[in-house]
Design a binder for this molecule. Structure first.
Ligand code: SF4
Ligand code: SF4
Length: 212
């Protein structure tokens, strides 16, 4: 039997359809709905601006080995926890591939199955807890060792990271149920109309929440 070519877009998500099919779509200029290398570099640059002073501050403070704990938590968070509570709900996750190709967590191995329904309340709360641990981890080490300047730079970079992200990315991101997402409802509805698998899952979710 000849090997059948795998469908790369089994959920028929428009983000993964051929780009030629997007011609004329009114959402194209308002959503980050297709992978763009520039968006990924922008995201990574913002994160590095926070991570770099944190690294330096922790090392100069004499706690360098404890960065391994930060690295281990980051791996767990990006590959397992955040991937489950946030990314598996994202249209970028719907692509049939072992790794994620998106504008932030590019290259993460996909452990979970795509979940077209919105994030639930517990997942939204967990996301904030995860961010708090991820961003907060280096600060105690810098503060107890008197690395106040690097702590201040890292704190400012973390504020800028979230401020810029929310302004430039969350306002156009297609993971609409993320608690940081600020895409206007009419655009969310328009995207859902183009994606029946998501639209039906969101509808079912809304009905279940009304009943409970
Ligand atoms: S919303 Fe969908 S169809 Fe429209 S431009 Fe984005 S990916 Fe293409
Ligand atoms: S939620 Fe963000 S990081 Fe996760 S898959 Fe979507 S775009 Fe990537």
């Amino acid at each position: 039997m000849s090997a059948q070519k795998k469908d790369k877009n089994p959920y028929k998500i428009c983000t993964w359809q051929p780009e030629s099919e997007c011609v004329g779509c009114a959402l194209a200029d308002n959503l980050k709905c297709r992978f763009n290398r520039g968006d990924l570099i922008h995201f990574m640059g913002l994160f590095i601006m926070f991570a770099l002073p944190s690294f330096i501050g922790v090392i100069l403070g004499g706690w360098g080995w404890y960065l391994l704990g930060w690295f281990a938590f980051s791996m767990f968070f990006f590959y397992v926890w955040e991937s489950y509570i946030l990314c598996r709900h994202c249209p970028y996750y719907a692509e049939e591939d072992k790794t994620l190709h998106c504008i932030a967590n590019y290259g993460v191995y996909k452990l979970w199955k795509y979940a077209p329904q919105p994030m639930n309340r517990s997942e939204r709360i967990q996301l904030f807890i995860g961010f708090l641990i991820l961003i907060g981890y280096p600060f105690p080490f810098m503060l107890v060792s008197g690395q106040y300047l690097f702590a201040l730079i890292a704190f400012w970079a973390a504020v800028m990271f979230f401020w810029t992200l929310r302004k430039d990315t969350c306002s156009q991101c297609v993971n609409f149920s993320c608690p940081l997402n600020t895409v206007p409802k009419e655009r969310v509805d328009a995207y859902l109309q183009l994606n029946p698998v998501m639209r039906d899952a969101w509808k079912r979710d809304a009905e279940e929440n009304q009943i409970s």
